[in-house]
Design a protein around this ligand. Structure first.
Ligand code: ZN
Length: 106
């Protein structure tokens, strides 16, 4: 790492999971895509020698408080932790299609 930003680790969050599929189009489910993307990111961070943790590594249902707990417990609750939450939203101009963003303040 450089002198400008010290980082304890990266927490990669695969959005949705288990009985929460996220956006669905036929057989395509957001939860599967977010897991695939997250596992890829996990592997790449590992290859680069960057400490990394996944919030889930299978098709697991995560309650919101459990997800947040895993994020906070991965490398501690401090500003040196980077959290990436992957979502692949359904598109369209309908204003009702939105994703809720949960900000965790450190
Ligand atoms: Zn989503």
């Amino acid at each position: 790492m450089n002198d400008f930003f010290r980082m304890s680790g990266v927490v990669v969050d695969a959005g949705h999971g288990g009985n929460d599929p996220g956006a669905v189009n036929g057989n395509i489910k957001e939860k599967d895509l977010t897991l695939e993307v997250s596992q890829y990111m996990y592997d790449r961070f590992k290859e680069l020698g960057i400490p990394v943790t996944l919030t889930r590594n299978s098709d697991e249902t995560l309650a919101r408080n459990e997800r947040v707990s895993r994020i906070l417990n991965a490398y501690g609750n401090n500003p040196e932790v980077v959290v990436v939450s992957n979502h692949i939203n359904a598109g369209g101009s309908d204003i009702s299609n939105y994703e809720e963003l949960n900000l965790i303040n450190f």
